[in-house]
Design a protein around this ligand. Structure first.
Ligand SMILES: Nc1ncnc2c1ncn2[C@@H]1O[C@H](COP(=O)(O)OP(=O)(O)OP(=O)(O)O)[C@@H](O)[C@H]1O
Ligand SMILES: [Mg+2]
Length: 318
């Protein structure tokens, strides 16, 4: 850490709709260090996506400078931007943006075709990456045959397979439930840490932003806070890894906090599975177990992820 990899100076983006001007970015300055996990947080319409798209060279600023890995993004033409993105940048989208008629392997291998890598090597690297995100068993599945969380893990594998220096993610967990959100977030953070990649993630969720080493809060196109959050990020990450993290519950049907008794708080000993149960309960439990089937038991993706990191050092380059 210490060396800025992204520097933004006096950045403006003004959209003109008829006679109306929208200042989506209204004078933004910041820098992000190499290896940092930076979260850009703000309410809807605050300018988060506009900022991220500009950093990734997907949109041109109205005014200002963006220097990434020593190169001025705002001065590049379209084909230079394409080359720049291929060389330095990975992108994770909220809606996954996978090719529906392609398998997971084919989706992940795709960015490697643009780098002129041969088919066999592409497939090898895609498989390694899919194992790293815990999808070893789903490599031949198409997006329609996977859950949202699995599809996003394919999206992550596709973004990371080229081993980019910088990864941009716009609400990568926006379409996922809270458990899957935490799983995907942990995955993104662990892999980017492992590879010393710089990660810039956009979210509207303050709790998720709390995982950032740096939090940049944006409102009406301006930065209103830029916080060094390393300590709290580490704490939240530790909670996530040891399984005590939960996303703040906004479910209106959830029991009120004072009525909820968690396992840790409960004074009753946990029920043993072998405890004698009324016949009717026993029967319905058996039926439920049959309906679920032995293979449907939720398995942590971390067994496979950790195994892959251990065996392969988590390296996508071979
Ligand atoms: N192509 C465009 N043309 C005109 N106005 C735009 C365009 N893109 C964004 N805007 C406006 O710029 C402002 C910032 O939009 P932006 O998409 O960056 O917000 P956001 O923070 O990503 O919001 P959300 O959380 O809803 O995705 C909004 O007022 C939006 O209406
Ligand atoms: Mg947005």
């Amino acid at each position: 850490m210490g060396k800025p990899v992204i520097q933004v100076k006096d950045l403006y983006k003004i959209y003109r709709i008829g006679t109306n001007k929208v200042r989506a970015l209204n004078g933004v300055d910041f820098s992000i260090e190499k290896g940092e996990f930076c979260c850009i947080v703000g309410t809807s319409g605050s300018g988060k996506s506009t900022l991220l798209n500009m950093l990734a060279g997907l949109e041109k600023p109205t005014k200002g400078q963006i220097v990434i890995a020593g190169e001025h993004i705002e001065a590049k033409n379209e084909s230079q931007l394409v080359n720049f993105r291929q060389a330095h940048v990975g992108f994770i989208f909220q809606s996954y943006n996978l090719m529906q008629n392609m398998t997971a392997i084919e989706n992940v291998a795709m960015p490697l075709t643009f780098q002129g890598i041969g088919k066999k090597e592409r497939e090898k690297r895609a498989i390694k990456m899919l194992k790293l995100v815990g999808l070893g068993k789903y490599m031949r599945h198409k997006p329609g045959e996977m859950s949202g969380g699995q599809q996003q893990r394919v999206g992550i594998a596709r973004a990371l397979v080229v081993n980019p220096e910088i990864v941009f993610a716009d609400e990568p967990t926006g379409n996922l439930d809270s458990n899957t959100t935490l799983e995907v977030l942990q995955l993104i953070k662990q892999i980017s840490r492992e590879k010393n990649q710089t990660m810039v993630m956009v979210t509207h969720d303050n709790y998720l932003a709390g995982f950032g080493d740096r939090i940049i809060q944006i409102k009406d196109g301006k930065i209103i806070r830029n916080i060094d959050n390393r300590e709290r990020a580490q704490q939240q990450m530790d909670e996530l890894i040891n399984g005590t993290a939960t996303m703040p519950d906004e479910d209106p049907f959830a029991p009120a906090p004072n009525t909820a008794v968690t396992a840790a708080q409960s004074t009753e000993p946990p029920k043993q599975e072998t405890a004698v149960q009324p016949a009717a309960v026993q029967e319905s439990n058996e039926q439920a177990a049959k309906a679920e089937g032995p293979g449907d038991k939720p398995v942590s993706i971390w067994d496979e992820v950790n195994e892959t990191i251990k065996n392969e050092g988590g390296d996508t380059q071979s």
